[in-house]
Design a protein around this ligand. Structure first.
Ligand code: NAD
Ligand code: LMR
Length: 340
């Protein structure tokens, strides 16, 4: 279990610390939203040298925000300094896709970043460091990092699909007219990409007086669920980019807080959350892929919810996202086998 000792500060690394997501995220961490109102933190902030000045500005603002839980800040462009002694690693920084770039090019650049960071985790981080990869392609970047960290448990590596879960939960709440808090156990399976599988077959609503209704019953519109809901969740990231001309940032930071808080402090009884984690072969997903599953968390450890019935419709989609992740993995491994 994570040391959430109230008096000793937790060392939390944020990479891409001069970027958009970090600009929301670091203030949420400092204010106690991620680890609770009694857990002091030391923030380790890493970005690349050309962002040093912008990073200094973030440090000034953190100081000015005067959060009592923020014990100190280490802002650096040196990987070793950034990774030394960290207990939580939020790997947000990645090379973004530019005009004319193929996904393959993006993967190649990011394999090199996450190779270096996996090595740094292995050498310098706490032996129980909990790692969340946010930078895209998040699942495969997480896999790259863990292949370089042979001394750390693979169960300590994860990738973010909580934003997809939150999007799906909010869309269902909106559709049936209930508060998002009353929507439970919406699942995201597979890759944080267009092939992700939003699945409401286990989901239910709790309204007043503990009445429980399956989401499928409440929505009562199979066509909407299959032809609107699923593609809208899958395409939401692109829709935000089209509107903002920038990718989602504040909602991503919020999802990062949800993911880490649930992992470290535990999920509520009966509540599933989605995390991309190291597959143990559950649901016939090949072992060793970083795959989003429904999980529950206790004492700083996640476990995959077992025994859920998978419809043929969903199974077909699981096969597609598995295939994509397998292809990304093969590509990443081929880059890793090349000389640095
Ligand atoms: P951004 O471009 O605003 O910031 C990224 C920062 O990372 C930049 O400051 C950059 O200099 C830094 N960086 C690049 N390489 C680095 C390295 N090797 N070490 C440390 N820092 C490095 O991007 P953003 O909007 O903050 O998004 C960050 C990433 O998160 C992107 O890959 C984005 O696609 C991804 N994302 C994922 C999700 C998800 O749900 N998984 C959601 C939103 C965004
Ligand atoms: C998102 O889901 O918003 C991010 O992964 C950004 C993107 O490229 O869609």
């Amino acid at each position: 279990p994570m040391n959430t000792n109230k008096s000793s500060a937790l060392r939390v690394l944020v990479t891409g610390a001069a970027g958009q997501i970090a600009y929301s995220l670091v203030f949420m961490i400092a204010s106690g939203q991620m680890f609770g109102p009694h857990q002091p933190v030391v923030l380790h902030l890493l970005d690349i040298p050309k962002m040093q000045e912008a990073l200094n500005g973030v440090v000034m603002e953190l100081q000015d925000a005067a959060h009592p839980l923020l014990q100190s800040v280490i802002a650096t462009t040196d990987v070793r300094t950034a990774f030394t002694g960290i207990q939580v690693a939020l790997l947000v920084g990645a090379f973004p896709r530019g005009p004319g770039m193929q996904r393959k090019d993006l993967l190649k650049v990011n394999v090199n970043i996450f190779r270096e960071q996996g090595e740094a985790l292995n050498k310098y981080a706490s032996r129980n460091v909990k790692v969340l990869v946010v930078g895209n392609p998040a699942n495969t970047n997480a896999l790259t990092a863990l292949t370089q960290a042979a001394d750390l448990p693979p169960q300590n590596f994860s990738a973010l699909t909580r934003l997809d879960q939150n999007r799906a939960q909010a869309m269902i709440g909106e559709k049936v007219g209930v508060n998002v808090n009353d929507v439970h156990n919406v699942i995201i399976w597979g890759n944080h990409s267009l092939t992700q599988v939003p699945d409401v077959t286990q989901a239910f609503l709790t309204q007043s007086y503990s009445q429980v209704t399956p989401v499928v019953t409440a929505v009562n519109d199979d066509k909407w669920l299959k032809e609107s809901f699923i593609p809208q969740v899958q395409n939401r990231g692109a829709a935000v980019i089209a509107a903002r001309k920038l990718s989602s940032a504040a909602s991503a930071a919020t999802a990062i807080v949800c993911h880490m808080r649930d992992w470290l402090l535990g999920t509520k009884d009966g509540e599933y959350v989605s995390m991309a984690v190291y597959s143990d072969g559950s649901y016939n997903v090949p072992k060793g892929l970083i795959y989003s599953f429904p999980v529950t968390c206790h004492n700083g450890e996640w476990s995959i919810v077992q025994g859920l019935k998978i419809s043929d419709f969903i199974q077909d989609k699981l096969n597609q996202t598995t295939k994509e992740l397998q292809e990304e993995k093969d590509l990443a491994l081929s880059f890793l086998s090349e000389k640095k």
